[in-house]
Design a protein around this ligand. Structure first.
Ligand code: BGC
Length: 693
């Protein structure tokens, strides 16, 4: 049945293409608006309307200038950033987020939503880390696939970005990445491969940077060889905005739609210059037919052409609840000594809230990730909403991002902290730091926050430090003295309320770090090889040893490891069983274990399953995440977890003799943990025969 429909659509597409003039065809493969291609009215082919972005559907612009239309009807649900989503380690929630975003995009009349962002977090400094999910390819894949499916159920195409090795903003238009095949296949590709093969992302965005000398948005190896040939991708490749630099390469190297930030649409590389090259015979017209085929297929898939189409909706209460849920599950309790948290509002009558980030609004920043949020609950407002009128809450800025006398701000904050039972410092970064277009220069907290935190901690031992950021900050100056530290992200319109619910114990934190938090920048892999960020040629010398793979290999203790996150309760792991079953070339590894909630309150735990290859011909990471499971357990409850892994959990990409995936005979180990360093159970198993594929 399905293939019949497919066949019918293919015929329709064929017919449409046959009716098109060269000019009409070309009009479909480049922007004819800052966020749209041209439609062909006489053939009833509509324009393809796109929108950023990651944390919600972006406001509307004029078709041909970067000027806000200043509409009053394009306020939207502001969702948490993807670093936050990834910290939830919750695949179902990722689906719900994607579904809500897709519904908002459709509700706003869009066809393609330029999300999710899944570049690997290679360095803590990258300005767009907040838009990306993780340093780990498995976590990215597991979160991106349901997200994309959720989006596309609304007759809106996802556009997973930015393919590939788009890991820094410094010189992003020109930087050339040199990286070996093994790292590409083991680290940088899996998220994209899963997004197109398992998630069926109808479109994908090429990156600005170059890979091996060729711009990624028209990179023959990436787009033609890897994506379209090896992965059999049938979707549409869209360039990043202004990432195209050559007509012939764009036409021939696998790009399907050229977008740009400029409004001279007819002069785009894949516009008039391409028509000329086709007319002169330099480029064959078939090259374009394939692009049109892909674009029309996408249009049919999202029911843009003669079909009933989902109508979508935006700013619904359901969407706000999803934004709140993601925010709640994303918060990571980094440290909690003396059980300062959760705060008991029956006992606490005076609170000093300190820090500019308690009142900052973040939705408007981050460049293409900016959101015209319907509202944004700041942390201070969230605390007040949660506590009501009987608690005395003072607010002092403590630090400021504008020129203000730092010392007097600190003095006021210290005074407030002394006079309160509890102080809550809300610091961290803003989208001045975490943003598209530039990278941070270091990991330090800006505006004298270290000094502020130190002095407030001296003034009041019951001080909770909340860091709001999209990537790690240095905490060395205060981490030993601060009893409780909480990581919040750019957590959407309900972020401040979610934070308050966690601090006051309505929500038991269950977020885990999707990236390693180094003590200092120098610990980070890309920095230790000096290959970031000034270089125009960046060699990824660390290869596959990105994130925790690097920290494990070099035996470096980070500040907080990948997968770390505490709870208000405790969990006991037991009874690990590992069974392998070989069936021809397939191998199944059945893993089971139990988790019991041994503390006093309900909570959720993210059990992480890592695999170690103990004997290998090539150096392998000490361990790699291969599965995770988030389980909710009431007080005293115990659940058995069962997970089945296949050969991909054992394999590595060999680029030594032949280029292929393989696993070798030998001893492996299953490590089950509450974080990448807090391993609770482990069990070895033997694989008798290797396999190549
Ligand atoms: C960004 C993309 C974004 C596009 C459209 C580019 O600068 O890199 O992620 O989708 O602009 O706004």
């Amino acid at each position: 049945m399905e293939s019949k429909v497919k066949g019918r659509i293919e015929k329709k597409i064929e017919k449409l293409i046959n009716k098109m003039t060269l000019e009409e065809k070309v009009s479909m493969i480049h922007g004819n608006g800052l966020f749209a291609t041209a439609g062909i009215e006489r053939l009833n082919i509509p324009r393809l309307k796109m929108s950023d972005g990651p944390m919600g559907v972006r406001k509307d612009y004029y078709n041909d200038k970067w000027e806000d239309l200043d509409n009053n009807d394009d306020f939207v649900t502001y969702f948490p950033c993807y670093a936050a989503l990834a910290a939830s380690f919750n695949e179902e929630l990722s689906y719900e987020f994607g579904n809500a975003l897709g519904e908002e995009a459709r509700g706003r009349g869009k066809d393609i939503i330029l999300a999710p962002g899944i570049s690997i977090v290679r360095t803590p400094l990258c300005g767009r880390n907040f838009e990306y999910m993780s340093e780990d390819p498995l976590l990215i894949s597991k979160m991106a696939v349901p997200f994309i499916k959720g989006v596309q159920e609304n007759d809106v195409a996802a556009c997973v970005k930015h393919f590939a090795v788009n890991n820094q903003e410094t010189q992003r238009m020109t930087v050339n990445v040199e990286v070996n095949d093994r790292a590409l296949n083991e680290i940088y590709f899996p998220g994209f491969k899963a997004s197109v093969q398992e998630g069926d992302s109808y479109s994908i965005m090429g990156a600005y940077n170059k890979l091996r000398g060729e711009h990624c948005s028209h990179n023959n190896y990436l787009l033609n060889k890897v994506l379209k040939q090896d992965w059999k991708y049938e979707g549409v490749v869209i360039s990043d905005w202004g990432a195209v630099h050559d007509t012939t390469q764009a036409a021939k190297n696998g790009l399907d739609i050229e977008m740009n930030v400029k409004s001279n649409f007819d002069e785009y590389y894949m516009a008039s210059p391409l028509i000329e090259k086709i007319k002169s015979g330099e480029i064959k017209e078939e090259v374009i037919n394939d692009k049109i085929k892909r674009i029309l297929k996408l249009m049919f898939k999202i029911n843009m052409i003669d079909s009933d189409r989902e109508k979508g909706s935006y700013n619904t209460i359901e969407h706000r609840n999803i934004a709140l849920k993601v925010a709640e599950e994303s918060i990571v309790l980094l440290k909690n000594e003396r059980n300062i948290l959760p705060l008991n509002d029956n006992k606490i009558k005076t609170i000093a809230v300190i820090g500019q980030n308690a009142i900052n609004i973040h939705s408007t920043g981050g460049d293409s990730a900016q959101i015209k949020a319907l509202y944004e609950v700041s942390p201070l407002m969230g605390i007040k909403m949660r506590l009501g009128g009987n608690t005395e809450i003072t607010y002092s800025k403590g630090y400021s991002n504008i020129e203000q006398d730092r010392e007097s701000l600190i003095v006021q904050a210290v005074k407030a902290a002394k006079n309160a039972q509890v102080a809550i410092i809300i610091g961290g970064l803003t989208h001045d730091d975490d943003s598209e277009g530039h990278d941070r220069i270091d990991m330090k907290l800006p505006f004298g926050q270290d000094e502020l935190i130190k002095r407030v901690l001296e003034a009041n031992k019951n001080t909770v430090v909340v860091i709001l950021s999209g990537s790690p900050v240095e905490m060395e100056s205060f981490i030993d003295d601060a009893p409780s530290v909480v990581q919040c992200w750019y957590a959407g319109m309900e972020g401040g309320y979610a934070m308050a619910k966690v601090l006051f114990g309505d929500i038991n934190p269950s977020g885990k770090l999707p990236v390693t938090f180094p003590k200092k920048l120098e610990q980070s892999p890309s920095l230790s090889t000096c290959e970031f960020p000034q270089n125009v040629n960046v060699e990824y010398k660390e290869g596959i040893f990105v994130g925790y793979r690097h920290f494990d290999k070099e035996n470096i203790d980070p500040l907080f490891c990948f997968g770390h996150g505490l709870s208000y309760t405790t969990f006991k792991y037991s009874n690990l069983k590992v069974k392998t079953k070989k069936n021809g070339s397939e191998i199944k590894i059945k893993i089971s274990f139990s988790i019991k909630n041994t503390g006093g309150v309900e909570g959720s735990e993210v059990a992480q399953i890592y695999i170690s290859d103990l004997v290998s011909s090539l150096e392998r990471p000490i361990k790699e995440l291969k599965a995770f499971k988030k389980v909710k357990l009431s007080e005293g409850e115990k659940k058995e977890i069962e997970i089945e892994l296949d050969k991909t959990a054992l394999a590595f990409y060999s680029d030594v003799v032949e280029s292929l995936w393989m696993y070798e005979a030998g001893i492996f180990e299953v490590l089950v943990g509450s974080s990448s360093k807090d391993i609770r159970l482990q069990e070895k198993f033997e694989v008798e025969e290797g396999f190549k594929y």
